[in-house]
Design a protein around this ligand. Sequence first.
Ligand SMILES: [Cu+2]
Length: 239
Amino acid sequence: MSFSRLFVMQLVGMVMLFGILASPGWAKTHHRTFVIQEATYTRLCNHTKNILTVNGLYPGPTISARNGDIVYVKVINKGNKNITIHWHGVNQPRNPWSDGPEYITQCPVQPGGNFTQRIEFTEEEGTLWWHAHSQYDRATVYGAIVIYPKLGTRYPFAKPHKEFTLIIGEWWNANITDVYNNAIQSGGEFQISDINTINGQPGDFAPCSANGNFISLYKSERCYSNKTTLQVVVTSYCN
Ligand SMILES: [Cu+2]
């Protein structure tokens, strides 16, 4: 191959690489740290147990970004078992090694280890969620992803008066690793959870839940006007 032809091919390659790596000027890069750690939570009266969390929070922190943004999440494992985090519904083109499923797209992060994952929002808009993708740890290790429209664009509906995130999940009184091991060893169904939750809380109809309940009040006239109230729902059901 002649030198000039080789040079042209290298130049074309560099231009293509730049096109892939370059992000538009309005796009932002975000940096988050997810510390996997145990924390003590009580639900349904006296059912207190250590659960695996991100940053001690149940549910975990919300990731907010715009369509086109890139978010780097440094996952630091201070728990006592392997774990991965998965970005549910994010396409991750050419970036599968940051996608999360253990032993499928990446090795799990070992206790004491860390791994920085890159989340690319290339076309997603609206709400998605992230969750653990190792064993059954998604039962407590999960949170919302809210992706706003690109700067200069808007949702295809009227601007909401207010936004808040509802995450529907489940609570087991039993240790979640035991739930997982029982199901794997028996080959049967996973044990059904003890209660469903909204933002980690069982609700007024369940015993001993009033203290941490999540309450949001609305003026009724807004519901019947031509304006929109957006309620973002993320379902993190395991069963
Ligand atoms: Cu998922």
